[in-house]
Design a protein around this ligand. Structure first.
Ligand SMILES: Nc1nc2c(ncn2[C@@H]2O[C@H](COP(=O)(O)OP(=O)(O)OP(=O)(O)O)[C@@H](O)[C@H]2O)c(=O)[nH]1
Ligand SMILES: [Mg+2]
Length: 195
């Protein structure tokens, strides 16, 4: 695999459209606006391969990026209240439909904004991943918004609030500054080679 050679493969609007499972998949889950697409761009060292927006709900499809014998998967964000009910239902169909399929899930990166205590939806996401026995890591995003000391404090709080098993990898990241990006690349590469 090679992050720098990432190519957009396709966007899927329903789970029935998803491609047949092939290479290991590393997917990015988290509430709308948490910074999934921004983090993917930083991992790829590309400005705008994944579309970023300050308006929540930008990524409304499941987007696959080919990194060579593996896929990075940008999932639509959850928890954005201002979209219509039918749109919300389509999103949950997509996300649940994705995880209900038998796919080579190498790692799920659960993104949480470092400034805020994990929401109920964040907690539900992490519980879901644990119940399913899916390999996952937590990435705290937007660390540039806090001092290093504040960031460490928030990381400890998040671990506690999410009741994370001691061996769950946790990365403090910033797509703005590049903080934690190499750590995350390493985590992802290891998960792909293990899976
Ligand atoms: N300061 C700062 N802002 C960030 C960072 N990452 C993302 N943002 C901003 O947060 C907003 C949302 O970023 P996206 O990457 O589009 O978030 P997303 O999780 O993909 O959102 P959806 O596609 O709506 O689910 C944008 O305005 C980004 O510029 C970061 O590390 N630091
Ligand atoms: Mg997005």
């Amino acid at each position: 695999m090679n992050f720098h050679k990432a190519q957009f493969k396709a966007a899927y609007g329903t789970s029935a459209q998803l491609p047949r499972p092939s290479f290991p998949e590393v997917s990015f889950a988290g509430r709308s606006n948490v910074g999934k697409s921004s983090l993917l761009n930083k991992l790829f060292a590309r400005k705008s391969l994944a579309k970023v927006s300050s308006t929540p709900g930008k990524t409304a499809t499941i987007n696959f990026y080919d990194v060579g014998k593996a896929y990075l998967v940008d999932l639509p964000g959850y928890g954005y209240a201002k979209v219509s009910k039918s749109e919300r239902e389509r999103w949950s169909e997509l996300i649940e439909g994705y995880f209900n399929q038998e796919r080579p899930f190498a790692l799920v990166v659960a993104l949480i904004d470092i400034r805020h205590e994990p929401s109920e939806l964040d907690q539900a996401m992490v519980s879901f991943l644990q119940e399913r026995g899916l390999p996952f890591a937590v990435a705290l995003t937007k660390a540039d918004k806090l001092s290093k000391q504040q960031a460490l404090r928030q990381a400890a709080l998040a671990k506690k609030a999410l009741d994370l098993p001691a061996d769950t990898p946790l990365a403090i990241t910033s797509a703005e500054k590049g903080t934690g990006i190499d750590d995350l690349r390493r985590l992802i590469a290891n998960a792909i080679s293990a899976g």
